[in-house]
Design a protein around this ligand. Structure first.
Ligand code: ADP
Length: 497
């Protein structure tokens, strides 16, 4: 098979979120499994400063955008340590900028035009190189137009008509909605601007367009694939998703265990593995308590959080519990994050009022994130919704038991402690169903009680957690099966039409 990824971000070239991690890791795994892989992305300013060799191909593209024709140059490179070929679409007016989607929290005004251009350029590139693509794996709203072009315009082109498409939704909350006159930029006939195809409450919606026209859809966890078929997590597109449920599935993202493995982690005070985690975690916990200025209390349970300080991450539950428990001597907190400015200030103030018990660092720090994953006893992730989530997967590997709201990828990857799961030896964390602060407090109490009273069960849970395998290899195998299924379905419909 030849799988072509079209994406607005991929590690190591451009990253604003988890999408970049998926598009950096999955193509490499698919290539390692013996398939031809290419990846197409915009040539942002930042790609030239990542230390990778980028060459010209000599290929020039002429792309119609609205009433004009825009020229692009095609550059090429490889994903690190991989045969996966990367093609960059270089058009400096659109992409030679500091940001990917915007700057200082404000989206670029011409985002629709930029990604209309990019979507058309991907298809033009496939024809001009040429690439014998079997399936285009597209991601989120920025590539949502591609399936529409494939279905509407490619009937006249053999090479394009044989290409199947799979759209992965990483977060349904971002849809790429633009005012209706941007239809003119797409070059697609106005007859498709209707509520069943490209229109959404009077606007042009690029994610909806992709969902309607693509051959298959997946999200980054099976539970999220279910949840988005109804309100509120369907974000207005629940009916479209229900309509397409026969081709909708979920595959959990993988973890890059070359970066996230306590046995090989260069950021830790000491490495440790499933064989010697007792001593290893004790050393890492002491180092973390010291780093955050907390009391050096080896037996006091330490709750950690790393992530964006955004409402999605559950701080409307966490912060009141932290406040209510601030006086408690029997628990410590470490928080690392950036985001909501009010929350940043509130957390810093709470830490100042409770030195020795609550530590807060407002920063984005990969090394510190590793040290929290290793040194904490419990890892907090009570997200309101979570398409997949990575931190809970890291914390399992580090033997730091996750406390999660049962939603999306959190529900799919953490087995909450209950009488049954503890008896069966399958519990790997603590979980609650209703998104409610009393439920979070109750679940934390359950965890603290187990920590204090049942060291045998605590040990059993850590060992079960550390044994989990959420590697990319497993997810890539599932993607391969989905690619094959989607290509077969596409070929069957092409033959019958
Ligand atoms: P999301 O993509 O919604 O932000 P995920 O859990 O899927 O959440 O992935 C977030 C990633 O970003 C994780 O690797 C996490 O460790 C990292 N991260 C988020 N905030 C910080 C921070 N302040 N410092 C270091 N790493 C962070």
């Amino acid at each position: 098979m030849h799988i072509c990824f079209a994406t607005s971000e991929a590690v190591p070239f451009a990253k604003t979120g988890g999408l970049a991690d998926v598009c950096g890791a999955l193509p490499r795994e698919i290539a390692a499994l013996g398939h031809a892989v290419s990846l197409v992305m915009p040539a942002y300013r930042g790609i030239f400063h990542r230390g990778e060799v980028i060459q010209s191909t000599g290929i020039e593209l002429q792309i119609p955008v609205g009433g004009k024709v825009v020229t692009a140059e095609v550059l090429t490179s490889h994903l690190p340590d991989s045969d996966a070929v990367v093609y960059f679409i270089r058009q400096d007016d659109y992409f030679d900028r500091d940001g990917v989607y915007g700057e200082h929290g404000v989206d670029y005004e011409d985002n629709c035009e930029r990604f209309v251009f990019f979507s058309r350029a991907v298809l033009q590139l496939i024809q001009q190189v040429p690439l014998d693509v079997d399936l285009l794996h597209i991601h989120d709203w920025t590539t949502g137009l591609i399936p529409a072009y494939l279905k509407i315009e490619a009937a006249a082109c053999d090479r394009l008509s044989r290409i199947a498409s799979l759209l992965t939704v990483h977060n349904l909350a971002y849809q790429g909605t633009f005012w209706h006159w941007d239809m003119l930029l797409t070059g697609i006939d106005w007859k498709y601007f209707n509520w069943q195809q490209m229109e959404f409450h009077g606007d042009l919606n690029l994610l909806k367009t992709g969902l309607v026209f693509t051959d298959a859809i997946n999200t980054v966890s099976p539970s999220y694939a279910e949840e988005i078929q109804s309100a509120p997590l369907g974000c207005g597109l629940e009916a479209v998703l229900r309509d397409r449920r026969s081709v909708l599935s979920g595959i959990i993202n993988g973890v890059d265990y070359t970066t996230w493995d306590p046995a090989e982690d260069r950021y830790l005070a000491t490495p440790y593995s499933a064989e010697n985690y007792g001593e290893g975690k004790r050393i890492c916990k002491r180092a973390l308590q010291r780093e955050f200025g907390l009391q050096l209390a080896p037996d006091r349970p330490l709750i950690g959080f790393v992530g964006r300080l955004a409402s999605q991450k559950g701080f409307d539950l966490t912060f009141p519990v932290m406040q209510a428990w601030a006086e408690r001597q029997d628990v410590q907190w470490v928080i690392l994050g950036t985001g909501d400015k009010t929350l940043e200030k509130q957390l810093q103030q709470l830490a100042e009022e409770n030195p020795g018990r609550i530590g807060v660092v407002i920063d984005f720090s990969e090394p510190l994130a590793h040290r929290i994953e290793a040194g904490a006893d419990l890892f907090l992730m009570p997200s309101e919704y979570e398409p997949c989530g990575l931190n809970q997967l890291y914390s399992l590997k580090y033997g730091t038991l996750p406390v999660v709201h049962e939603t999306g990828g959190l529900a799919d990857t953490v087995v909450g402690a209950s009488e049954e799961t503890l008896a069966a030896g399958t519990a790997t964390g603590f979980s609650f169903d209703a998104y409610d602060r009393a439920e979070l407090a109750k679940t934390l109490e359950q965890a603290l009680a187990l920590y204090a009273d049942r060291p045998d069960l605590w040990k059993q849970m850590i060992e079960a957690a550390m044994q989990q395998d959420w590697s990319w290899r497993k997810s890539a195998t599932r993607y391969l099966a989905l690619y094959e299924q989607t290509i077969a379905r596409h070929n069957a419909t092409v033959l019958t039409t």
